[in-house]
Design a binder for this molecule. Structure first.
Ligand code: ADP
Ligand code: MG
Length: 240
């Protein structure tokens, strides 16, 4: 589709936990095929925002629109069917299952027979784990486990893939591998991404545009260069 078309838009989105407002007045939008990074200090509301988009959390107020449709009340699995997929911050690979068994888990709900087998192979392939099908996930490096999770999320054939800290705890080489996979999925399969990550080299290697959350609100939005050189953004990271 036309790359200027809006894929995701939130309107005045708010989430309270008890008396605490985790996100407030969030108007966040992502275009078709875009690669966006979401940054901000710990507790800024980044994971909460993505969980509101997937439907894991229901908002206290506001709306979520996807491809022009209001999906605020839509169940999470129906959002997956519409094309929204997510790799969560908490690792969700089962260490006592093989790579293939893990890869099958998210897909089995959405496909069967030959289609399921094709998607499982696709998950393993986009994870770069061909040849590791029968290896227990516990034998994979932390980086390979992250790659497996991204492959599993990509095999749901999303239009929008949300990644919550996909390179946390990884070394430079592993980060580069994952950056390349994200860029390739974006270019070859036209998947739009929202990626939560702090590492500035990683952000610069994948994203055109960055959104900064702070205290549950959008603090800044701009190009990687604009955000990196913004003294106010540096200040909030220092606890100001
Ligand atoms: P980030 O991902 O930017 O680090 P989160 O979205 O995880 O931040 O959290 C934002 C704020 O909301 C934090 O203060 C956190 O403690 C709070 N929060 C997040 N999820 C919950 C929850 N399920 N219950 C209570 N408080 C939560
Ligand atoms: Mg988080």
């Amino acid at each position: 589709g036309d790359r200027t078309d809006t894929l995701l838009a939130t309107d005045d989105l708010r989430k309270d936990f008890g008396g605490f407002t985790a996100t407030d007045e969030i108007d966040f939008s992502v275009a078709e095929g875009e690669l966006r990074c979401l940054i901000g200090p710990n507790g800024a509301g980044k994971s909460t925002l993505l969980n509101l988009v997937t439907g894991s959390y229901s908002p206290t107020a506001g709306s979520v629109y996807y491809n022009g449709h209001d999906i605020t009340e839509l169940a999470p699995h129906k959002r997956v069917q519409r094309g929204i997929s997510m790799k969560f911050q908490v690792p969700s690979v089962y260490s006592d299952l093989t790579v293939r068994e893990n890869a099958r888990l998210p897909i089995q709900r959405f496909a069967d027979g030959d289609e399921r087998r094709r998607r499982v192979d696709e998950a393993i392939d986009s994870a770069g784990l061909a040849g590791y099908e029968d290896v227990d996930a516990s034998q994979l490096s932390h980086g390979q486990q992250q790659q497996l999770e991204i492959g599993m999320a990509a095999a749901l054939e999303p239009e929008l893939l949300l990644l919550d800290e996909p390179v946390a705890g990884l070394d430079v080489a592993e980060r580069e591998t994952i950056a390349e996979r994200i860029v390739r999925l974006n270019e070859e399969r036209d998947i739009a991404f929202v990626v939560i990550e702090h590492d500035t080299d990683f952000v610069a290697s994948i994203a055109e545009k960055v959104t900064v959350l702070h205290n549950g609100e959008i603090f800044r939005e701009g190009t990687v260069e604009e955000i990196e050189s913004d003294p106010e953004v540096q200040r909030i990271y220092l606890g100001g």
